[in-house]
Design a protein. Structure first.
Length: 177
């Protein structure tokens, strides 16, 4: 059960109503997101104004593919069904990679930078206190300082927002029996 009341679609503010209505009916997780955030539509709009350009709109130095790979790995670690099911950059990551690949980054099909980014994002999500100088040096050998900062910031926001969604229990809010 969602930890927040879910607004009726007709009662949603315009921004969230547009999100709700654009989400396919079978994606009840995405629809629940719009319903749960009804008390704070400006918060969602401001967050998405940051998120979308940096994740998929070409802002920053890192490719949308690299950001999507780390987002999907963190979704698994956070246990966020909604995050794992959504494709924010569908043309950059195949369904096979999304379903299994990011959880085993040492397999074929990933570049050295992608493997390193996925592993680093995982360590940020599960063991950030033990990221040491060697870990940072290894990342700096593959990424410029600006790229490393962008990767770290994006991973951090994926971790945080995914955990908010999981904490709100939107995955089970209207789960069909």
């Amino acid at each position: 059960m969602s930890r927040l009341p879910l607004a009726e679609p007709d009662a949603l503010p315009p921004y969230l109503k547009a999100i709700h209505d654009a989400t396919p009916e079978e994606n009840w997780l995405g629809r629940n997101f719009a319903k749960a955030f009804a008390p704070a539509p400006d918060l969602v709009q401001a967050y998405q104004a940051f998120y979308h350009p940096w994740h998929t709109g070409g802002a920053g130095l890192l490719s949308a593919r690299l950001k999507e790979l780390i987002r999907l790995r963190i979704a698994t670690l956070n246990g966020c069904v909604l995050c794992k099911s959504v494709r924010m950059a569908p043309d950059t990551v195949s369904e096979d990679e999304a379903a299994r690949g990011v959880d085993a980054p040492d397999g074929e099909g990933f570049t050295a930078r992608e493997r390193a980014a996925i592993r680093f994002a995982e360590k940020m999500a599960v063991d950030h206190h033990n990221i040491d100088d060697e870990d940072v040096a290894a990342m700096r050998a593959l990424f410029s300082d600006a790229e490393f900062l962008e990767l770290s910031m994006m991973a951090g926001q994926y971790i945080g927002f995914g955990r908010v969604l999981a904490m709100l229990q939107l995955e089970v809010a209207s789960c069909p029996i």
